[in-house]
Design a protein around this ligand. Structure first.
Ligand code: NDP
Ligand code: OXD
Length: 310
């Protein structure tokens, strides 16, 4: 018997459990904190586990993250060193993220907020149409999510600049890499989308210096993590006109406190960490694949590198 422990508070885990049992022979599935013997647990399926928990399972063979971002797993100082961590990579997670980014980009590009204001005052006032071919978009993070968004935006005619840690070569995308090339990458970008993992290198990367490397009145979309953004620097950049607006899906404190100035800021659009999401229906395949690989002793896919932090 191969024992799996799910450490995640979600509704509808029943579907995942039923499908795991139907897809993999000889498994039993426990839901934290109900579990008889931690020594039996060989796989953990989780999202934001409590600190210190991973050290309790001496026979653990794999940790499967239900989130694409794994910083909440890696922050545990007692994380076992030799247990591989795999993270969810799933077509629906990717396409929903791209939908969100397209919505945020087009809302800004096609002046939706301006027209909303004009409508409120019954003002029939056509604005000059923006030129798509000269609206550069910068995508910070050219991984699974960033590459898909970059390619889809590019097919709409936007020139795309992408930034990653290591060099990349992607058809139609102008690629930059490393800290030295960040400012160069940003220098033409009227819209910047953050799709980086949260690591010690990327924390606070959306700051005053970054904003001032962008053209005046540019637009920020942060769909990665709240801790990428220096909040005060954003407020100042909006006040000074360096940025003309921001669309934020993630925040350093979630839920965003009611008293937070972002809520009522006229140039900030807020959504509650929903740029993309998956649920039980979509988790089964990646979780089953990872458990099958571990049991068969074949290489896992989408393995996290704890040293790199993603
Ligand atoms: P990937 O691991 O596939 O891609 C990460 C990208 O970031 C890679 O291109 C990597 O470079 C680049 N990168 C990492 N560190 C640096 C650095 N120091 N400097 C420059 N580039 C760097 O991640 P995903 O695309 O799957 O996901 C990205 C993030 O999106 C997640 O970590 C998560 O935080 C966030 N997310 C948000 C969601 C939401 O609903 N708001 C939902 C899902 C994810 P290289 O290619 O060279 O390795
Ligand atoms: C993720 C998220 O990382 O939902 O998957 O934020």
């Amino acid at each position: 018997m191969f024992s799996i422990l799910i450490i995640y508070e979600a509704e509808n885990l029943e579907l995942l459990i039923t499908e795991l049992k139907a897809s993999i022979p000889n498994i039993d599935v426990h839901i934290w904190p109900e579990m008889e013997n931690p020594e039996k647990i060989e796989a953990i399926v989780t999202w934001k586990p409590p600190l210190g928990i991973m050290s309790k399972f001496p026979n653990l063979k794999v940790i499967i993250s239900l989130g694409a971002g794994v910083e909440e797993i890696l922050r545990d100082p007692h994380l076992p060193q030799n247990v591989p961590i795999v993270r969810i990579v799933e077509p629906c997670l990717t396409s929903r993220m791209t939908e969100y980014i397209l919505l945020a980009v087009l809302r800004f590009h096609r002046q939706a907020l301006e027209y909303q204001k004009l409508q409120k005052t019954r003002n029939w006032k056509p604005l000059p149409l923006p030129e798509t071919s000269s609206c550069h978009i910068g995508i910070l993070g050219l991984g699974i999510l960033g590459t898909d968004a970059a390619e889809k935006l590019n097919t709409l005619g936007f020139p795309i600049r992408g930034w990653s840690r290591t060099p990349k070569n992607i058809d139609g995308i102008e690629c930059f890499y490393g800290r030295e090339q960040l400012k160069l990458c940003l220098s033409k970008c009227r819209i910047v989308v953050c799709l980086l993992p949260l690591t010690p290198e990327t924390e606070g990367i959306l700051n005053r210096e970054t904003f001032s490397a962008m053209p005046q009145e540019s637009y920020l979309i942060n769909v990665a993590r709240g801790q990428h953004l220096v909040e005060q620097d954003l407020l100042e950049a909006l006040d000074s006109g360096q940025l003309s607006g921001a669309c934020l899906d993630v925040f350093s404190r979630e839920p965003l406190p009611e008293s937070h100035p972002f809520w009522s800021h006229p140039q900030i659009t807020i959504t509650p960490h929903v740029a993309t999401q998956t649920n039980s229906e979509y988790w089964t395949k990646p979780v089953v694949d990872a458990i099958r690989c571990i049991r068969a002793g074949v290489p896992l896919k989408n393995v996290v590198n704890p040293q790199q932090g993603y």
